[in-house]
Design a protein around this ligand. Sequence first.
Ligand SMILES: Cc1cc2nc3c(=O)[nH]c(=O)nc-3n(C[C@H](O)[C@H](O)[C@H](O)COP(=O)(O)O)c2cc1C
Length: 340
Amino acid sequence: MKYKELFTPVQIGTLTIKNRFAMAPMGPLGLEDSEGGWNQRGIDYYTERAKGGTGLIITGVTFSDQKVEKQDAYVIPNSTYRPVHFVRTSKEMTERVHAYGSKIFLQMSGGFGRVTIPTNVGEIPPVAPSAIPHRWLDKICRAITKEEIRSIVKSFGDGAYNAMRGGFDGVQIHAVHEGYLLDQFAISMFNHRKDEYGGSLENRLRFAREVVEEIKGRCGRDFPVTLRFSLKSMIKDWRVGALPGEEFEEMGRDVEEGLEAARLLESYGYDALDTDVGTYDAWWWNHPPMYQEKGLYRSYCAKVKKAVKIPVFCAGRMDDPDMALEAIQNQECDVIVRCV
Ligand SMILES: Cc1cc2nc3c(=O)[nH]c(=O)nc-3n(C[C@H](O)[C@H](O)[C@H](O)COP(=O)(O)O)c2cc1C
């Protein structure tokens, strides 16, 4: 009875999740087949989590774009590569997940940009909002064109539509978080554009806005579109991150701008914000090792929760049921996200 609030339902738009637990998105390497769909191992893996009682499963990140930042479809599932195949294997998975009363969202990537993993960029200069240094390589990224932005946005609509046909209950957009391509657009340090995608915060969030509008246009207003969102970047300088407890001047997104971004993203139609802090320049925040304190995103989630009406998800070493209960009771967040 003590923990009963953790087992109360929560609404994401019109969708009801049976309890307050979500499985954290974790890169689905090894769960895909050679045609960009889910393999049997992937289907069984997510079904086991549903069997365990998780209210919401968020898949690891998947791709929809095949032109701008070409990823091998046999490394990570791709929702547009072979649509019929993707829909069929997704259905096999989502039907089994639904049989246990769980819901499942497909996490969809907007691309890596300046944080591409060195092994998958080859000789081609990576793209970014502007000509800025790559995170690891001694390369300057190529500024992405407006046509390429449009192409990625369209692929989100196609991919989300395939996800819906495959029985997914919603999607999570990856991400105005961790310094991925959509986040690079949002952060002025990385975005020096002079067109309508650069300058004001509204302009820098235009790409993320077009993504949610495209998906809602294709899948209907009630299809949940959630967002992975980092309230604060924790960047001291290019490739230099802040340590826990350190006083520093934020070069990325600070809390004030993050809260304004959260309000704008809600107004654009996002149905929930899966909130953390950090970037690839300060990776120990987004992927907290054991020396980070438990519940390290709680205070940041609480700020976002006060700024918006949509549900806030909170990951980050939330592996203590008493702490999880306290976070829900204190209205710091609505959903507890766990890597399980
Ligand atoms: C192996 C692994 C893979 C991950 N892959 C993703 C991913 O694909 N998308 C994403 O948004 N977060 C990803 N994350 C971050 C987690 O979703 C989560 O936010 C983070 O691990 C903090 O929660 P924790 O302290 O409970 O691990 C990954 C984490 C791990 C451990």
